[in-house]
Design a protein around this ligand. Sequence first.
Ligand code: GLN
Length: 303
Amino acid sequence: MDLQPILDRIGAEMQAAPDRGRVADYIPELARVSTDHFAMAVCTADGQTFTTGAAEMPFSIQSVSKVFTLALALGRLGDQLWSRVGREPSGLAFNSVVQLESEKGIPRNPFINAGALVVTDAILQGHQPREVLGEILRFLREAAGEDDIHINKAVAASELAHGHRNLALAHFMAAHGNLRCPPEATCGTYFHQCAIEMSARQLARAGRFLMNAPGMPRLVAPARTRRINALMMTCGHYDGSGEFAYRVGLPGKSGVGGGILVIAPGRASIAVWSPGLNAQGNSQLGTLAVERLARATGWSVFG
Ligand code: GLN
């Protein structure tokens, strides 16, 4: 299928869109990114890549990194991981603390911050943060098939300087015995994984292993990629997950930098980036753009 005309049309529509959302402003590095940016990249199962907009411009992947750390943690620990983190949508904001109290320090799912901290903590146990960050970068570079993927140190430092809430989540879980490493080490590693920068094209390429198609990188067993996709579908957009499933019909994971990784199983890996966010902290135009792509291609996990 030649997707270029579809992407060109969506790119033009998004450049002209009046309501672009609001950039995340909890750290200055994200607050100063313009909402004018838009990029989309699609890697299809037949090995082609289509792009529109600023598809080579690196952006902060933020919570999209949680998909890759989950894949690593499941690879290392297997199903044991599920004794420490659940698989239910939270229906609450990404950084919410409220459920941790009644649920005894077990986060609802691996994609809210509390759950992602547990996942990072699980990979960190017995290792140095530097080694684990090297492992995360190696995984991403292998998945994308290219080496030019790095951590933005200024973003990581800023996350730490403004990281009270994540540290609070980590300490609260430590109080319940659900953290194995010092909270500062787990948070420090998490802040650096969030500060990884990738272009839309690199992110779409890095997601190819999740589409489960012949000829794609095979970093995780197919049974496991299905599970990761299920979690992306139910929990990948926090309290906006139901709306994303309804509008797009494909599993996706968003980040507060405005990126979204979306998988059309067996068909494509899609990355979209537009920094303006909606009320749930998910890319406003990114969601609209993949909704239009899904409609134009007929891609949906619901048939
Ligand atoms: N670094 C951000 C945080 O932990 C990531 C959140 C996100 O992308 N939704 O607050």
